[in-house]
Structure formats: C-alpha cells, structure tokens
Design a protein around this ligand. Sequence first.
Ligand code: URA
Length: 320
Amino acid sequence: MPDLTRDDRLALLARLKTRLELDTGSGVEFLALTREEKDRLVREVAAVSANRSESRPGPVHGKLARPASPTALEPRAAHARPQTAAIAPTPSAKPASPTVDKRSVRPPVWTGFSLVPFVEPFDRPERRLALADLAASAQICDKCRLCEKRRTVAWGEGDLAAAVMFVGEGPGRDEDEQGRPFVGRSGRLLTDIIEKGMRVERRGVYITNVVKCRPPGNRDPREDELAACRPYLDRQIEVIKPKALVAVGGVAGCALLGLQPKTGGLRGRWHEYAGIPLRVIYHPSYLLRQRAHDDDRTDADRATWHDIQDVMRLVGGDGK
Ligand code: URA
C-alpha cells in the first residue's frame, strides 16, 4: 500500500485489530472482515516484513551456507584424521593445537551424503498462502501478555515443505530484535547442528517456537501463553506437514507433549505430537553452558549428535 502514510497504516491496523478473531479450530479466519479489508491487511503486513528483510539479508535470501572446510564433503583419504562436527563424538585424543576455540565448528564426520542444496520450488505458494492470514494476524496478536513487551513477533522461517521442523521455547533478545527465531548465539549453534549435523541448509528446515513473542527476561513461557499461541503452531505444523518434529529443549518438549514443566528423561527416544514423530534434543544454550565447563565436545554434544542421526534416519537421510 505505497499510497498509505505511516499514520494511515497504523490506523488501519488498529481498526482491523479490534475486529480480528482467532478460530482455534482449523486456523485463523478474519471473521469480521470484508475480503477487501482482509487482503489489504495481508498486503500491509507483507510489505512491512519485506521492508524489514530487504535491509538485512537473512539465510532464506542470503548466500548458501558453506561447510567450514571446502573439502569437508569430499571423501576422506584412508590415512586422514577423521573430520568431526561440533556435536560429533570425538576420539579421546586432544587436538594438537592448544588454542582451539571451543565453540568453533569442525566439519562433519558424516560422509553418507552431501549437504543437500536447497531448492525452493516456486516458493511453495499454496503453503505460503495457507499461512498468510495466520502470519499476518500473529503480527498484531494480543492474545496474551507477551504482546505488551515484545518488539517483534518471531513467527518462524524456513522451507514450508520441510521434512524436519524445529520448535524452540520462545524468542530471546536477538530474536525479539530481528523478528526471526534462533538468530542469537544459541541460534548459531542450532544452525551448526542442522548444517553440519544434518547436512541440510538451515533454510531447508522450518524453525519456529512454541511462543512467538519474547517472554520478558527470557523466562519460561507460562501455561496460558503457551495455550494462546498453540493454534499458530498447530496450523504451521498442519500446513508444513513435517515428517519429524524436533523440540529444541525440555521446555518446548514438555509444552508440546502436554507434560508438567521440567519433566525429565524426554530425550533419546521418540514421542509423538499430532501424529508426527517428535524428538526432544538439548537446547543449544545448555550445550554452550556444558562446553563452558569442558575443553572439548561434551556428553551433551554427543547425545545431540545421536538424536540428530536418528531424526535423519527417520526422514530418509537427506532431510527432504
Ligand atoms: N531459544 C529458543 O528457544 N528460541 C529461539 O528462537 C531462540 C533461543
């Protein structure tokens, strides 16, 4: 709507916002809107997000991620030292260099297949359309108190036909600033887990959270906040139809599985959510904390590596 001033736009959003309703059954409908108003709002929100992403290229539009070493995907010579990823099990011998950066990512040990180049067939128009209303209404959602302090809504991003969908607990400070999930320090490790562990580009999976707005001070989302946000996640899952869900961290795992917060023992085995196999992995922030106490990759890294291998086996090895 290039002819609208910013004030017009805010007034339009405010007017429409009072008339939006969330249908918790099959998704969101703009129940009280005319077709014209609805289309206008969807275009409005799309234009605002397009402006935002133009000014900072993200992975969806950015350059393809490259493995840490250009030779990482080539078959190894028989005598070569095994290459290992950030979360791959390591041989007990310590690296020769005394100045190894604990957080650096080494190339993957997997040689079964190469990094799957991401191909976006026509930008998944039907799926994009199926989520357009919902994504637009989430941008102005005020169903719970998290809307009061948020700066942006981190809706979710990635391939709308991804085989694997990662679901974290909620945006942190960086995510709240950028309106994108998992872009801070934890996000960088999650990207490594995906790209080095799964050998799939980050944009070849879908990433979102159980709540789309930042809980103040990064506290865990509360039950009513999870409930208010659940229809968004359920519709994302319904449209994307992943072959596997990965709950990133126990908070997301408990929320998805309807368990009491802090229920333990969830990782290392399969669960199910909405008929889809679900795996719970350690949260990257936990992996980073563990590394702070250890010189090298930790048991938690190794466990995550095995969890991710199981996910890849389930979805057929290429993440597609
Ligand atoms: N932690 C999460 O669980 N989600 C994010 O998006 C970022 C950090």
